[in-house]
Design a protein around this ligand. Structure first.
Ligand code: ADP
Ligand code: MG
Length: 218
């Protein structure tokens, strides 16, 4: 189960964003769709425990994230949440395999190179195992990012704008990858995007209305 209830986030400049109460069942696929400024990034960052809201409840699996301390939250995220964020770069000095080993290490999981080979194989990028990030094409880097999100068998995969830069064919390919991989691992899939094409690939849609936020200036 995933849930956000009565969430209000206050950014440092004092502006506040309120999110609609939302519940997703385990294994469900959700598109979180809205125009720029409607709160998609805030939604994902709060669900991932990367932002701490001023008010409200965050539930992932059987845990209440709003009650957890920073360290517990970091460990929980590493272990149970797979992030596919464009700004979450791979470590440049490490090969693809070592980047995936690192994801397991940060989650306090034992080294498991069989698991890593399995995930790379499922994404059809076995041949990139010993490659360094700067040698990857954009499409390959996106597959590696998905592999890294999957390697710890997360409860939920959270993806931010995975298709915005892609033509229809590549959009279909990436959405097929995400939905198939989520289904195979039994993970919930949450895709936040302004890209309306994503609707047709997802079972459920939450529409975020423009202007859910209020600016407060002193
Ligand atoms: P989206 O991802 O849909 O574009 P965001 O979650 O980024 O929406 O933003 C929602 C609202 O919060 C917007 O009004 C935006 O201006 C505001 N906001 C987002 N990030 C910050 C920030 N770091 N500081 C102040 N306001 C922010
Ligand atoms: Mg955004």
């Amino acid at each position: 189960m995933l849930a956000l209830e009565g969430i209000t986030h206050r950014y440092r400049d004092g502006s506040t964003v309120s999110l609609p109460t939302w519940q997703g069942g385990s294994g469900e696929h959700w598109a979180i769709i809205g125009p720029s400024g409607s709160g998609k990034s805030t939604f994902l960052h709060i669900l991932a425990g990367l932002l701490r809201p001023a008010a409200g409840r965050i539930v992932v699996g059987d845990q209440e994230l709003h009650r957890m301390g920073e360290r517990a939250l970091d460990r929980f995220r590493g272990r149970h949440i797979g992030l596919v964020f464009q700004t979450l770069h791979l470590v440049a000095a490490l090969t693809v395999t070592d980047n995936l080993r690192l994801a397991r290490y940060f989650a306090d999981l034992p080294r498991d190179d069989t698991r890593i080979r399995t995930v790379l194989g499922r994404l059809d990028i076995d041949e990139l195992a010993d490659q360094y990030p700067h040698r990857l094409s954009q499409g390959q880097a996106q597959r590696v990012a998905i592999a890294r999100a999957l390697v710890n068998e997360p409860l939920a995969i959270l993806a931010a704008e995975p298709t915005s830069a892609l033509d229809d064919r590549n959009c279909r390919q990436v959405m097929a990858l995400l939905t198939e991989q989520a289904r195979e691992s039994g993970a919930s899939l949450i895709v936040a995007t302004h890209d309306g094409r994503v609707r047709e690939y997802m079972e459920h849609t939450l529409e975020l209305a423009p202007g859910t936020s209020e600016a407060h200036h002193a």
